[in-house]
Design a protein around this ligand. Structure first.
Ligand code: MG
Length: 282
């Protein structure tokens, strides 16, 4: 495959990604797949699904875990509901994540990823050690499947993320870098953060956003690629500098408006194609 193939975040029956019909229509060669619901994560479904993807000519580069009850309504809700951080659901979601890794393996996919949630910023917080432990458990399970685990960026500053990765200390733990999340959560300038964590970046989301008036307290606003504060030309130039050569996976989370979602993804493909050629990539 060429360097930096353009992909999209897609979903089948769960999650916010775009539907496979759009992947087919726009002839997108590579996707991140939001893990389907538990009852459809079976060998039979994996086989059917792999056949469908090969028919439409697309490959999955990453399977993303996601869980019932997660909500991205605002920052406090994310803290309470997302990922492996909320203690009430941690054991069950960890178990589910291992199952998602096994489903990804059935699909022949060697990367799984997730939003861990808001990891406590202080190492002295007792929850910090617990989250390090479950992350190790998932990394080790992925390792036994010959898979890597990618952590979605956004909730942490670059420094906090580097410290967390060092603490987990597993050689199959990497980063899915989402520049828009840095802005949405108010956790740092995305380009600067990308330079800091670049050596761990093995997949990316091409998503754009505008800063909130009070970053970190209020949400920023997600907008179409090229219309926000990320600066995609700089983002791509920085990816080039750090030697990134994986897909550019477009993420646009407006499933309530599929027509607009499709149109904006198609425009994002154009924006990225133009920038790739400007930077002489591909
Ligand atoms: Mg993302």
């Amino acid at each position: 495959m060429k360097k930096w193939p353009i992909g999209v975040f897609a979903s089948v029956d769960a999650g916010l990604g775009v539907k496979l019909e759009v992947v087919e229509e726009l002839k997108i060669p590579t996707i991140h797949l939001h893990a389907p619901h538990q009852n459809t994560r079976t060998p039979e479904v994996a086989k059917e699904f792999a056949a469908k993807l090969s028919e439409i000519g697309t490959q999955i580069s990453v399977v993303f875990g996601g869980f019932e009850g997660e909500s991205y309504a605002d920052i406090p809700t994310v803290t309470k509901t997302v990922g492996l951080v909320p203690p009430e659901t941690r054991a069950e979601r960890t178990r589910e994540m291992l199952e998602i890794a096994d489903f990804a393996r059935l699909l022949g996919v060697d990367v799984v990823a997730l939003h861990l949630g808001f990891v406590p910023h202080e190492k002295s917080d007792p929850m910090y050690a617990d989250i390090v432990a479950v992350t190790r458990q998932i990394c080790d399970h992925c390792g036994s499947n010959d898979q890597r685990l990618h952590l979605e960026t956004g909730q942490e500053t670059a420094e906090a993320l580097l410290q967390f990765i060092a603490e987990v200390d597993r050689d199959n733990l990497f980063i899915n870098f989402d520049p828009a999340n840095m802005i949405l959560y108010g956790s740092g300038q995305p380009i600067e953060a990308l330079r800091k964590v670049g050596r761990f970046v093995r997949s990316v989301h091409c998503k754009d956003a505008k800063w909130a008036a009070n970053p970190g307290k209020e949400w920023g606003a997600e907008v179409p690629v090229g219309q926000g504060d990320v600066n995609f030309e700089q983002f791509l130039a920085t990816l080039k500098d750090i030697g990134y050569d994986g897909p550019l996976t477009i993420e646009r989370e407006i499933p309530q408006d599929p027509a607009r979602q499709k149109a904006e993804i198609s425009q994002a493909v154009d924006v990225l194609t133009r920038l790739k050629s400007k930077l002489q990539i591909g």
